[in-house]
Design a protein around this ligand. Structure first.
Ligand code: Q9C
Ligand code: ZN
Length: 341
């Protein structure tokens, strides 16, 4: 399997997040990518660095003003004499907002962020842009004829919406990969998100589009992050009516129920007559994950890979979640091992 990875991910480091009422070191830390990289080197996979995509390519799925905010946010923060993690402290609640971006950096941050767990540090933009380039490069490789490619993205992306960031995500790498496939000739693209958390950003981006199917298997938003989207009755709207499928599952779900949901998801991909597949690959479904509550074990990840590969579609896998434990490397390698080298 061809791996696309950038060492620039380390520039997004040393952030803190608000977690259960306390500021703690961000769970989404550089070691994650290192664990995965080491496991994939050991498994004999080939690595390349991303190609250069212009910043305008991000505007295909993101609001240009949002992209401009992300790329300048920390410089504005430093201009005000601050340093370290930027975290918002006020949000535009439903009945208390107008749709305008405040001039000051604190208000602008609250406007664009949807949680206080996603720090922006000095190197966040460099890392996020490189991460997006990894995903777009993997899509380009698949469009050029490679049967499958994997983007070892960090920071992750599937919570980033058209104009909002959160859930450790800034730019939606998986959505950018899907768009790149569309622009390179695949008429119908499916996104099958297997991260523990609902892919709310990806759903938002493709909500009204009929050319991209979004499917997500995740912890129910009744109790799990991101809480406000990811319910089974969200089916897409306008031209995208019927082109979104959510498969929420309760805390504690193990392999039997999870793999039944995967079958349902793959049936939807086939029924959509997808020509290419993007897999936002979170391994926070692992039983040992520190912030999630499914019970998948190490032996299940090669089985997931085998089922995804059996779909027989040109496939771009994009790293999403999976936290703070060495086994995330083993589990990612388990999924990728099922695809031909
Ligand atoms: N400290 C991904 O897996 N954390 N994002 C909620 C706040 C948010 C997970 C608790 C978890 C986001 C890509
Ligand atoms: Zn996740």
């Amino acid at each position: 399997m061809q791996i696309v990875h950038s060492p620039l991910h380390v520039r997004h480091s040393d952030g803190v997040e608000l977690h259960r009422g306390e500021l703690v070191p961000c769970y989404e830390k550089p070691e994650r990518a290192e664990y995965i990289r080491e496991a994939l080197v050991d498994a004999g996979h080939a690595f390349v660095e991303p190609r250069n995509f212009a910043v305008e390519t991000l505007h295909r799925v993101h609001d240009p003003a949002f992209v401009a905010f992300l790329s300048t946010a920390h410089a504005r923060w430093r201009e005000e004499g601050r340093d370290g993690s930027m975290l918002p402290s006020g949000f535009p609640a439903r009945s208390l907002r107008r749709d305008r971006v405040p001039e000051g950096i604190n208000g602008a941050m609250g406007y664009y962020a949807f949680d206080a767990g996603t720090p922006i540090v000095e190197g966040t933009w460099d890392a996020a842009f490189a991460s997006a380039q990894c995903a777009m490069t993997a899509a380009a490789l698949v469009a050029e004829g490679m049967p499958a490619a994997y983007a070892l993205c960090r920071p992750p992306g599937h919570h980033a919406a058209r104009g909002a960031y959160g859930g450790y995500c800034f730019l939606n790498n998986s959505a950018l990969a899907a768009q790149e496939l569309r622009d390179r000739g695949f008429g119908r693209v499916a996104v099958l998100d297997v991260d523990y958390h609902h892919g709310n950003g990806t759903q938002d981006i493709f909500q009204e589009r009929g050319d991209v199917l979004t499917v997500s298997i995740h912890g129910t938003p009744e109790t799990e992050y991101p809480y406000f989207l990811g319910f089974a009755d969200e089916r897409g709207s306008g031209e995208g009516e019927g082109c979104n499928l959510n498969l929420p599952l309760p805390r504690g779900t193990g392999w039997e129920a999870w793999s039944a949901a995967l079958d349902t998801a793959l049936e939807a991909v086939a029924a959509f007559r997808a020509e290419a597949l993007v897999v936002p690959l979170g391994v926070d479904t692992y039983e040992g994950d520190p912030i999630s509550a499914f019970g998948l074990r190490e032996e299940h990840f090669p089985m997931i890979g085998a089922r995804l590969a059996a779909a027989g579609l040109p496939t771009v896998l994009v790293q999403e979640g999976g936290y703070a434990v060495r086994e995330i490397g083993t589990n990612v390698a388990g999924v990728l091992g099922a695809f031909e080298r």
